[in-house]
Structure formats: structure tokens, C-alpha cells
Write a protein that binds this ligand. Structure first.
Ligand code: SF4
Ligand code: SF4
Length: 345
């Protein structure tokens, strides 16, 4: 086991002990936040990644001691609420991730703090609404309703009201809904012969995700075109619900567990038939991958980009022309279990 700082190996991720009552003890989470914040304050490598780190460093720099011990514990949530669990700091930046003895897993500490906050205070109605992406997506993509919803979301006056009432910034981009849902419009695969790659299976199961199903089906259709072009047979996972990422972001772990249970059945059935055959589209399939890890399927659920990168590297037949820095970096880690998809046309 290596303990040196920084390497290209996949970091170790310890599962969250979220069913243990100690997990929710305020004193324990405060102590862990202080420990990790102190390491980050001494390092500051992630300052440009998101607003969580500048918020932390401003709190430290403006405190009396200019150290983490000068920051009021009541201000810790200001850092936590800025983390949207993208995992970038953990996957690509931090040299102190496990197995390093400092055991810094910043997103997991944020997630634990979110879960503690959720258990104490619950969630606001607006958060419950906004994180029910599957339910909202199904309603918002009904013909006629979809035109109304998109018109309302695009109206500056309505957006001002939304900002005042539910706190959604008027200038924030709200992706329009698409009545032609991905699951309803994806065409069936041609029965190409299955040709396994060196590092990838020769057939693919697609887990669409809410964003692709309801907001941007073209992402899914682009992937299908790539698969067709390369004569890779594919199929949709028979049934899917939200992967749970929005619920994870508000610390609602019980809801994530329910969603996991719904998804794991159909995905598991396919994985047993086609080992390492699942591809998740769109946003980081964090929760889906968490499910996969929890069920020891870490090597079976791959993002579309991770799958294509692996096949590309092995065969030279695949070329991606549009990948975000995050995808490239995350996919560069062997066995990176999740990354977002931004597919070349
Ligand atoms: S997980 Fe992403 S959003 Fe959260 S602190 Fe790390 S880089 Fe920032
Ligand atoms: S998460 Fe790691 S790399 Fe980022 S600031 Fe903290 S200690 Fe440094």
C-alpha cells in the first residue's frame, strides 16, 4: 500500500458509515470538519475548483487567529453548502486522499455534514421539489405542459419572482424540458456481433439519467450514434428512476437508498448477464456509482466517457473530440467510477 503524496492510482474510498448513530453526532462531525479544514488551509491547492474552498479560506483569513481554530463552528455550514459533491478535489487534486494517512476525503466530509444537517433540520419545500427531478421531469415533459413550463422558466419577470420566493437566481440557466424524452425516442440497437475490447465489454446497457431523459435527449442520441458507428450493440436499462444525486446533495441519504434499491434491480440483472456492461449518461453518476460500490460492482458501472476512453485506449478505434477537463482527468484515473458525458457529434 502506498502512502506517498500524490500518484496516478485511483484513490481509496472508504464507504460512509451512515447507518451508525455516531455518524450523526454533531461533536464528531465538527471535529472531523476542523481536522480536514486545517489540512486544506495549509495546502490551499483546491482554491480555484469551486466556491467551497474560497469560502473556507476567507473565513480563516478573516478570523482573529487566522487559523481554523479562529473560525466559529456555526460558520462551517457556509463551506458545506457551497459543495455540490462533484468529487473533483478528491479525484484529481488532493494528494492526501486515502491510502495517505491524512485520509482527506473532502466530498465525503461535506456529505456527512449535509446528512447531519438534513437529519436535524430536514429540507425546505423548495429543495424537496427541485431534487425530485424524476417526478418533475415526468410532469414537465407532458405535451402542452412542456411549452408552458419552458415559457415560464424563460420569462424574466417570472424568474425575478422565482428568485424572491424560492431562491433560484434569475440569471441561472434553467435547462429547457424536451417532450421527446430519451427513453421514449431512442431507437433499438441493431444486433451487431459482440466484440469485446481489451478493457471494455462488447455490449452496452444505457442508464439515461433524468437530465438526458427530460432535458437533453440529444446527449443520449449522440452516444447511440457513436455506438452504432462503431457497431456496438446496446440496450436501455429496462427501468430507471433518478440516480439520487440531487437527494445526495441535500444530505437525504434515506431517499438515495430508496432510489438505489429501485435502480439496482434492473441494473444488477443486466450486469449479471453482461459483466461490466453498464454505462451511465450525463451528470456524474455519483449515486449510481455509489450504489455500484456499495454492491461491489465498482467495475461494472462506467460513465459513457470512461467506457469510450477505455475502448479508445485499447483499440485506437474511438476518438472523442469534446471532453471536459473533469472528464479527462477523472477518466485518466484507472477504474474511475464516474465522470460526466460530453460526447462528440
Ligand atoms: S467535491 Fe467538488 S464542489 Fe465539493 S469541494 Fe470538492 S471540488 Fe468543490
Ligand atoms: S482537498 Fe486536498 S488538495 Fe484540496 S485543499 Fe484540501 S488538502 Fe489540499
Amino acid at each position: 500500500m502506498t502512502t506517498r503524496e500524490g500518484n496516478l492510482l485511483a484513490p481509496t474510498r472508504h464507504p460512509l458509515d451512515w447507518k451508525n448513530p455516531e455518524f450523526y453526532e454533531q461533536g464528531a462531525i465538527d471535529a472531523e470538519l476542523e481536522r480536514v479544514f486545517d489540512i486544506c488551509h495549509g495546502c490551499r491547492r483546491c482554491v480555484s475548483l469551486c466556491q467551497a474552498f474560497p469560502t473556507l479560506f476567507d473565513l480563516v483569513d478573516n478570523s482573529k487567529t487566522m487559523e481554523v481554530d479562529g473560525v466559529a463552528k456555526s460558520d462551517y455550514p457556509k463551506v458545506v453548502e457551497q459543495c455540490y459533491l462533484c468529487d473533483l478535489c478528491y479525484m484529481t487534486k488532493c494528494p492526501y486522499v486515502p491510502p495517505h494517512p491524512w485520509n482527506v476525503d473532502f466530498p465525503h466530509v461535506m456529505l456527512r455534514a449535509k446528512a447531519v444537517g438534513f437529519r436535524k433540520k430536514g429540507s425546505r419545500p423548495r429543495d424537496r421539489f427541485l431534487t425530485s427531478t424524476d417526478r418533475v421531469g415526468k410532469l414537465a415533459t407532458i405535451p402542452v405542459v412542456v411549452q408552458m413550463v419552458n415559457a415560464i422558466n424563460g420569462n424574466p419577470a417570472v424568474r425575478k419572482v422565482m428568485e424572491k420566493t424560492i431562491g433560484v437566481a434569475a440569471e441561472a440557466h434553467l435547462p429547457p424540458y424536451d417532450a421527446a424524452r430519451f427513453r421514449d425516442t431512442v431507437r433499438a440497437s441493431i444486433a451487431w456481433p459482440v466484440r469485446n475490447g481489451e478493457r471494455t465489454p462488447g455490449k452496452v446497457a444505457l442508464f439515461g439519467t433524468c437530465y438526458v431523459n427530460y432535458n437533453e435527449p440529444s446527449l443520449g442520441h449522440d452516444l447511440v450514434r457513436i455506438l452504432e458507428h462503431n457497431e456496438v450493440p446496446y440496450r436501455l436499462v429496462e427501468d430507471e428512476v433518478c440516480c439520487g444525486m440531487p437527494k445526495l446533495e441535500i444530505g437525504d441519504l434515506e431517499s438515495v437508498a430508496v432510489l438505489k434499491k429501485r435502480n439496482i434491480g434492473p441494473m444488477g440483472a443486466l450486469m449479471r448477464v453482461y459483466p461490466r456492461s453498464s454505462v451511465a449518461l450525463s451528470t456524474p453518476a455519483f449515486a449510481a456509482s455509489t450504489c455500484a460500490r456499495a454492491d461491489r460492482w465498482a467495475d461494472t458501472a462506467l460513465s459513457s466517457s470512461a467506457w469510450l476512453m477505455a475502448r479508445s485506449a485499447a483499440s485506437g478505434r474511438y476518438r472523442l473530440t469534446s471532453m471536459s477537463a473533469f472528464e479527462s482527468a477523472a477518466s485518466a484515473r484507472p477504474s474511475a467510477p464516474f465522470a460526466s458525458a460530453s460526447l462528440a457529434r
